[in-house]
Write a protein that binds this ligand. Structure first.
Ligand SMILES: C[S@@+](CC[C@H](N)C(=O)[O-])C[C@H]1O[C@@H](n2cnc3c(N)ncnc32)[C@H](O)[C@@H]1O
Length: 325
């Protein structure tokens, strides 16, 4: 007996009719296209072949979330775990080709877990200036019997050169003030008193603990097995691109990068090998026409995980999940 979907379950699913309708929007790339024909589109194809047909020097920001070095099924295709040298060679097979597609002042973000992170670092170092390694707390994670539970992932931040764009003001984090110090005149020191509490705007660090992995009651959730949170991608895009810039994601999955780029007024191009997920990306892009909200980002700032900025009230994450059941 199939389980019926809860009323609160917002997971995006496509019917066969949706796929037929949405696949007509996908493009396949077997010949050279100029930049304008590619922008704001999803290419259905194998990135290793598609890259050769992309224009040169058209990308301002590259966001890459490749299959990690583990066995994983992605719709009709799958990724098989390799030896670490083979995985590094596989990374090099696409990374090297992408370099010429980037503008001289472009930024690059590449995601990985602890197992793939060192191979990513070595491959990236050959082509780019590594600027930082972001680690984000991945709340969802299976407990292990004889190991530490895997609850973090990395994102390497690199640039083509020394001259690059970075807007720190666009990615500040709004935190609840625990110790509300005042100056001699009784005025709040570095924080503000607001209707619903005391808050401080803080500089973003390379440790992100405010990220929630999409789950069934979030409207961005899809059935993709490794979907990235919109909030996470929004941080990278807001810090490292301007409105109108071009963002490329060569392993698009369910479309998160393109969707966030669209919501934030950037142009985009995504490549995905699985047709169903490429169509999910198109569906999400269609939904973004009407709803530009990004969960956890409101009023131009990022909010801590346990704060609901829409109601400006504090709701514990677990309580919120219970409320939504
Ligand atoms: C880690 S997932 C990306 C998830 C994505 N960031 C999201 O938020 O949904 C990697 C994706 O790359 C796709 N993929 C794997 N090999 C590919 C290739 N050679 N060309 C294009 N896409 C590929 C997989 O189908 C999968 O959807």
């Amino acid at each position: 007996m199939s389980k019926s979907k809860s009323r609160k379950n917002k997971t995006i699913e496509l019917s066969e009719g949706d796929v037929v309708r949405l696949e007509s929007r996908l493009i396949s790339l077997d010949c050279q296209h100029d930049e304008e024909q590619l922008l704001n589109r999803t290419i259905h194809g194998d990135t290793l072949e598609v890259i050769d047909h992309l224009p040169f020097h058209f990308v301002d920001m590259l966001f890459v979330d490749p299959p990690y070095n583990m066995n994983k099924v992605f719709g009709k295709s799958s990724f098989k775990r390799m030896g670490s040298n083979d995985y590094e060679n596989w990374i090099r097979s696409w990374l090297g080709k992408l370099v010429d597609r980037l503008k001289p002042n472009a930024s690059v973000y590449v995601c990985g877990d602890w197992r793939s992170s060192s191979a990513l670092y070595r491959a990236l170092s050959d082509h780019f200036k590594i600027q930082n390694r972001i680690t984000w707390e991945r709340e969802k994670g299976r407990g292990a019997k004889a190991n530490w539970k895997n609850s973090s992932e990395d994102i390497w931040f690199a640039t083509v050169g020394d001259d690059y764009y970075f807007d720190v003001e666009a990615v500040k984090l709004k935190k609840k003030v625990i110790a509300p110090y005042r100056d001699d005149t009784g005025k709040p020191k570095d924080w503000s008193e607001e209707e619903n509490g005391n808050f401080r705007l803080t500089h973003p660090s390379n440790l992100w603990t405010d990220i929630t992995v999409p789950f069934w009651s979030m409207s961005e959730n899809t059935g993709h097995p490794t979907q990235k949170p919109e909030k996470l991608v929004a941080k990278a895009i807001l810090a490292s691109s301007k409105e109108g810039d071009v963002i490329l994601d060569p392993f698009l999955g369910s479309g998160t990068t393109s969707v966030v780029a669209k919501k934030l007024g950037r142009r985009f191009l995504g490549i995905e090998i699985d047709k169903y997920y490429a169509c999910v990306a198109e569906k999400r892009l269609e939904m973004a026409e009407a709803d530009k909200r990004i969960q956890g980002y409101a009023d131009g700032v990022f909010w801590e995980r346990n704060i609901n900025p829409e109601s400006n009230s504090f709701i514990n994450h677990i309580d919120r999940q219970r409320l939504l059941l």
